[in-house]
Ligand binder design. Structure first.
Ligand SMILES: Nc1ncnc2c1ncn2[C@@H]1O[C@H](COP(=O)(O)OP(=O)(O)O)[C@@H](O)[C@H]1O
Ligand SMILES: [Mg+2]
Length: 266
C-alpha cells in the first residue's frame, strides 16, 4: 500500500492527490471516479448540489470511510487504508458540516482534544495524569491558546463551549482542526449558518491560514465566498466531476450552470 518510491515521482508537486475515488454505499454510488488535487499554498473548493458526494469525498480523504476503489496520495505517499488518526498525524485535518463541539468542555479543552493525535504522552497517560503527561498537557494548552488566537477566540478560552454563539462554535472547530498543524485543512461548509459579516471574516481567516502555510480544501455552498477565495474549483454532480477550473471559468461553464448554479451565478 505504501509505495513511496514510485508515488513520490508521480505526484507532480501536488500535496494531496486523489485519483479516481469511488465510494458506493449499497446501491448508491456517492463518489464516482472523482480525481482532484491540492497543491501547496492553494485554496481549492469542491462545490456541487446537495447529495453530490462532497462530504463523502472528505470522509474518504480523512479515512472515515474506506474507498471502494481509487488511490489517495499525500506528500508523495499512499494514505488510503490508513486510520483516521494516522492521516491526521500526517497533516490532514478537517471540520464537520454538522458541528462536533463538546458543549460541556471549555473552549480551550475543545481545541486540546484536537491536539492529541500529535501528543507524545498520548491520551492514555494523560488520562492517568502521569507527570510528563501533565507537562505535555500544559504545552498542549499553550498551543491551543495560539490556535484560539488565530481564530479570534482566545478571550473565551475558559468559557463552556456551549456558551459560544453558533458562528463562534464554527471558528472553534477550525481552531481544533489547526491544532494538529495540518498541511491541508478540509473545511466542510464553514459558512453554513453564518451572518454576512461573519462570512467576510471567515474569508479573511481562510487567507490567514493559507498564508501561514496550510493549504485549504473547502466545501461550501456560499458562492460569493467560494468564488472570492478559491484558486481552483472542482464541481461534483451525482458523485462525478463535471467541471474544474478557476472561479471565472466555472462561473461561465454551461455544464455547471445547467447542473445547479443557474440563477445564483447570474
Ligand atoms: N454513510 C453513508 N451511508 C449511506 N449513504 C451515504 C452515506 N454518506 C453519504 N451517503 C449518500 O451519498 C450521497 C452523497 O452524500 P454527501 O457526500 O453527504 O453529499 P454532499 O456532501 O455533497 O451533500 C447521498 O446520496 C447520501 O445519501
Ligand atoms: Mg455535505
Amino acid at each position: 500500500m505504501l509505495d513511496d518510491s514510485t508515488s513520490a515521482v508521480m505526484t507532480n508537486g501536488s500535496l494531496l492527490d486523489a485519483r479516481n475515488l469511488r465510494k458506493s454505499f449499497g446501491g448508491v454510488v456517492a463518489v464516482d471516479g472523482f480525481s482532484f488535487t491540492v497543491k501547496r499554498g492553494q485554496i481549492v473548493a469542491i462545490i456541487g448540489p446537495n447529495g453530490a458526494g462532497k462530504t463523502t469525498a472528505f470522509n474518504l480523504v480523512t479515512g472515515v470511510h474506506p474507498l471502494t476503489s481509487g488511490e489517495i496520495h499525500f506528500c508523495g505517499q499512499r494514505i488510503d487504508g490508513l486510520k483516521p488518526y494516522e492521516i491526521a498525524e500526517r497533516g490532514i485535518s478537517r471540520t464537520f458540516q454538522n458541528l462536533q463541539i463538546f458543549g460541556n468542555m471549555t473552549v480551550a479543552e475543545n481545541v486540546m482534544v484536537g491536539r492529541h493525535p500529535r501528543s507524545k504522552a498520548g491520551i492514555l497517560s494523560a488520562a492517568l495524569s502521569l507527570p510528563n503527561a501533565r507537562a505535555e498537557e500544559k504545552r498542549i494548552f499553550e498551543v491551543a491558546m495560539q490556535n484560539l488566537k488565530v481564530v479570534g477566540l482566545a478571550h473565551r478560552a475558559m468559557d463552556a463551549a456551549s456558551s459560544l454563539p453558533f458562528g463562534s462554535q464554527r471558528l472553534l472547530e477550525i481552531a481544533r482542526a489547526l491544532a494538529v498543524e495540518p498541511k491541508v485543512l478540509l473545511l466542510d461548509e464553514p459558512a453554513a449558518g453564518l451572518a454576512g459579516q461573519e462570512t467576510k471574516d471567515l474569508a479573511q481567516l481562510i487567507y490567514r491560514i493559507r498564508d501561514s502555510g496550510t493549504s485549504i480544501l473547502l466545501v461550501e455552498h456560499d458562492m460569493e465566498l467560494v468564488m472570492g477565495v478559491a484558486d481552483w474549483v472542482f464541481v461534483l454532480d451525482y458523485g462525478k466531476l463535471i467541471a474544474a477550473g478557476t472561479p471565472s471559468q466555472i462561473q461561465s461553464d454551461k455544464k455547471v450552470i445547467a447542473a445547479y448554479l443557474g440563477e445564483e451565478m447570474d
